[in-house]
Design a binder for this molecule. Sequence first.
Ligand SMILES: Nc1ncnc2c1ncn2[C@@H]1O[C@H](COP(=O)(O)OP(=O)(O)OP(=O)(O)O)[C@@H](O)[C@H]1O
Ligand SMILES: [Mg+2]
Length: 509
Amino acid sequence: MSRIVGIDLGTTYSAVAVVNEFDHPEVLTNRDGESITPSVVLFQGDMPLVGTVAKRAATTAPLDVVEFVKRAMGDASWRFDATDGRTYRPEEVSALIVKRLKEDAELALGVPVTEAVITVPAYFDDAQRQATRDAGRIAGVKVVRVLNEPTAAAIAYGLSSGFNGTILVYDLGGGTFDVTILRIDGGSFDILATGGDRNLGGFNWDGELMRLLNERYTAAGGEDLLDGGELEAGLRERAALAKHSLSSVERARVVLSGNTMTTTLEVSRADFESITSGLLSRTREMAEMVRDDAGLTWDDIDRVLLVGGSTRMPMVRRMVENAIGRPIERRIHPDEIVALGAAVQARLVESERSGVPNLTVNGNRIKVGDVTSHGLGTFAINPNTGRLENTVIIPHNTKIPAKHPSYFTTVHDNQLEIDVEVTIGDDTDPEYVRNATGDKPLRVRIPAYPAGAPIEVIYAYDIDQTVFVEVNDLTARTSLGTFEVPNIANMSRSQVADAANKMRTTEVG
Ligand SMILES: Nc1ncnc2c1ncn2[C@@H]1O[C@H](COP(=O)(O)OP(=O)(O)OP(=O)(O)O)[C@@H](O)[C@H]1O
Ligand SMILES: [Mg+2]
């Protein structure tokens, strides 16, 4: 028997979990006995190394190490050039991490693992979700569901606590920030609104502290440590360590070394909080926006879940407790809860398939209703202004799966094809949305008709927020097909297949 596992593929750390024989989700330990694996890859020698060993090498061989690759997912131009001359796309680096997690899970479970639920930040768009699915496929893992991280956290919390009511999940990880508000009622998890920033996380807090430390170091006569190489990697490590200390003590000592000078600096929590207060405010504003989108006030929120390692910073808890006016939940494990929720979702898939009993909360079967994190639309000329605008067809925060029709008419006699463009975003200004299909719109063949023939284009998001388009010929009342929209930011099917082939013969340590 094989198992479907839940994977939290994080910016800095990843974790794998399954629901055990006692119906409890549990995190699996990796081959080194750790419950979380650093999402870091070291390219040295024949075998890429993933995890703690790779993370240790970040300061000694920064040019051979990839960290934070999740921030590059969905970026078509990002490449890592390994010193052996090979070039990797973000999906391929990520696939090495998935492969290692898969092998460790197989070791822990003693059965093959070929399928997984992988979590993603709620704010990931369709290209980033697809890139995540492709990373799985390259690693030989079929991604059966892409689940939003805050939703996963809420499922795990709901299952273990039996709590009913309105929850705000504030998830500040290494690289991303997500806020989701949901209602739990019996076994039903209904997401009301979601939002976030896919480039805001502990990484940015580190960045501010690195700048402060570098300023003090240069003021003391040292050279600029922000050199983009080994010195900077060393500074990043020291800054992250100091940041961790400052979560429990008021002052941290930091030893900094350049090529010419080593010195010890002291930094206080107050200094750290003051240079990062702008980052914290951004999370508060985002949380308030999502709360407004859900049509709620702080008083309507019954519980707040702090998820993600960065919520260990005292400034985060203080700010959230200040906003909500009372103390908040402390009983959750911020590093593991997302993987635990992914495991529950994996079990739901297993039970749909094979009749393994479903999990229940207070006797109710678990049902999850999520919403879209980005609007979906197309470009059209606004007849009033004559200007090209983005027309949102499925707005942000719509329940998924979602299907909304849109109507067009042919422009010419005997027009034999129509081009469907797909945009991601909620703004009417084309500048502020992403054209998913780029200069390669989806081209659909249609029968020859006189100009003005009506065509229906149905835009759809499935439960993973993959974008589909269904095209109907309203003259003949026939379907012209359902198409998965190729995103220019993603690898093509054949590129994924090639990468998967290469990966089959790659050993990962
Ligand atoms: N004690 C601590 N104090 C401050 N920050 C911490 C502490 N422990 C961990 N962190 C920070 O938490 C972050 C990692 O959190 P987590 O493992 O939840 O993120 P992730 O899942 O890798 O990222 P993401 O969810 O954004 O993809 C890092 O930035 C790390 O520095
Ligand atoms: Mg995370």
